[in-house]
Design a protein around this ligand. Structure first.
Ligand SMILES: Nc1ncnc2c1ncn2[C@@H]1O[C@H](COP(=O)(O)OP(=O)(O)OP(=O)(O)O)[C@@H](O)[C@H]1O
Ligand SMILES: [Mg+2]
Length: 425
């Protein structure tokens, strides 16, 4: 049988995005993402009966929409992400509102791989931008937004440090956000970055995967100096990375016992690219950790259960039931499979749902998930040397089924199994 175009059945795939996902590291892509970020429409909830009454084609499309729903689950607030995004939004706003020129306190977002650093930081920055644009609209009623225009308003610039970053590479990455050309030499590049940040009125510069710097080479020290100097551009620098404290990024820095901030003394290498830097005495960063869920305190467990309930509510499986993810052995099993890391949990649930649909089981059980391995997709995009690939727990057996069906399994959620301590509350 061949697939016939069936225009007569109308357009019924509103959930499909046309073209590749937006590239947030270019201003146009960031704008596109910022606008569509909360607009995905999940599949309608159909009963099995309603589903079987559909035509085969409609059923296929509904399955596609269900799958799209499972792979586009929304970002949920967690106590850990709320702490990071609250601090970040507060910092971005305060700094943006400061009138006098000068160094702005920066922010470092630290956490293990796949714990949601990128998504949490981007969504906090986008929320800030929504607000900031609304305020600025009164000032800039008609904004030119054509690519190539010098004065495009780019309040938030997001970029990712390339693997083995050099100062030149960092400058080019930043210039690429604006689509600006790359001058040939380092001084020209740095000047262009400073001009771009100023001309596009950027108030927040996010540098993701900052721990890709290898700080034992001369190049890397230059990059580090450059990053610190970027803080003098009236911009709030947000550095995001895995295990920042052990990355060498804090070399020469100390913690101010009064404010608990990291303080970088002035760059004393006599090679500062920024004349203004000579008038600066120090640059300050707050460090905020994005931790995984914990399973050792009632507050930690209850946050994990809330998160699972939020996931369950988004699933479209015909044999799911209330408490499918939050009762019985399931929460503990999910915790052991993922160590409470949101990104791993998401992958496990996504792949589990695919299996539940293809096998016709249409519900998630520990036994089904035991057949599902956690795949991290495009690993080529990650830098294992920078700790970006989390350790995935292996060989986690599903809980033993009780011999007699009548005996209800004891709820072991609150048992302390001595799993590794992590964020609680
Ligand atoms: N609060 C959340 N709720 C639901 N899903 C989340 C949440 N935070 C992150 N995720 C999901 O977890 C996955 C990993 O998130 P993200 O890429 O932000 O992690 P990361 O810490 O930046 O990882 P890496 O170290 O690889 O850069 C993504 O698929 C993301 O959508
Ligand atoms: Mg990331």
């Amino acid at each position: 049988m061949t697939d016939q175009p069936a225009e007569n059945e109308g357009p019924i795939v509103p959930f499909l995005r046309i073209g590749p996902p937006p590239d947030r590291t270019r201003w146009e892509g960031w704008q596109q993402w910022r606008r569509i970020r909360d607009t995905f429409i999940p599949a309608p909830r159909l009963s099995l009966r309603q589903y079987t009454d559909l035509s085969p084609r409609r059923r296929g499309l509904h399955d596609l929409h269900r799958t799209a729903t499972h792979v586009n689950m929304r970002l949920q607030e967690t106590p850990m992400s709320m702490r990071v995004s609250g601090l970040m939004r507060g910092r971005l706003q305060n700094n943006a509102l400061k009138v006098e020129p000068g160094t702005r306190d920066g922010l470092m977002v630290n956490g293990g791989g796949f714990q949601g650093k990128t998504e949490t930081a981007c969504s906090a920055a986008a929320a800030f931008e929504d607000l900031w644009r609304a305020v600025q609209r009164q000032r800039l009623p008609e904004q030119p937004q054509d690519p190539g225009t010098r004065d495009v308003f780019v309040p938030v610039a997001y970029c990712r440090l390339p693997v083995r970053a050099t100062p030149k590479a960092l400058c080019k990455t930043i210039l690429d956000v604006y689509g600006d050309p790359h001058p040939n030499n380092l001084d020209g590049l740095i000047r262009s970055v400073r001009d771009a940040v100023r001309d596009h009125e950027t108030t927040a510069l996010l540098i993701d995967d900052v721990t890709r710097l290898r700080l034992h080479r001369g190049d890397d020290q230059d990059t580090l100096d450059l990053i610190r100097e970027l803080m003098d551009l009236n911009v709030t620098l947000v550095l995001i990375g895995v295990d920042i404290p052990h990355s060498g990024l804090l070399r020469g820095a100390y913690i101010d016992p009064r404010t608990k901030q990291w303080v970088f003394p002035d760059v004393k290498r006599g090679k500062s690219h920024n004349e203004a830097a000579s008038t600066q005495t120090e640059r300050r960063f707050d460090m905020v950790d994005l931790d995984p869920f914990g399973y050792t305190t009632p507050a930690g467990i209850s946050a994990f259960l809330d998160h699972l309930a939020g996931i369950e509510e988004q699933l479209r499986l015909f044999r799911s039931f209330d408490g499918m993810l939050t009762t019985g052995e399931m929460p503990e099993y999910l915790f052991r499979r993922t160590h409470g890391i949101v990104g791993l949990l998401r992958r496990l649930v996504e792949d589990g749902c695919t299996e539940a649909i293809t096998s016709g089981e249409e519900r998630l059980t520990p036994e089904l998930l035991a057949r599902t391995s956690i795949r991290l997709g495009n690993l080529a995009d990650l830098d294992p040397d920078a700790g970006e690939i989390p350790e995935i727990p292996q060989d986690i057996k599903p809980p033993q089924q009780p011999q007699k069906k009548s005996k209800r399994p004891r709820n072991t959620v609150f048992d302390d199994r001595g799993d590794r301590p992590a964020a609680d509350g």
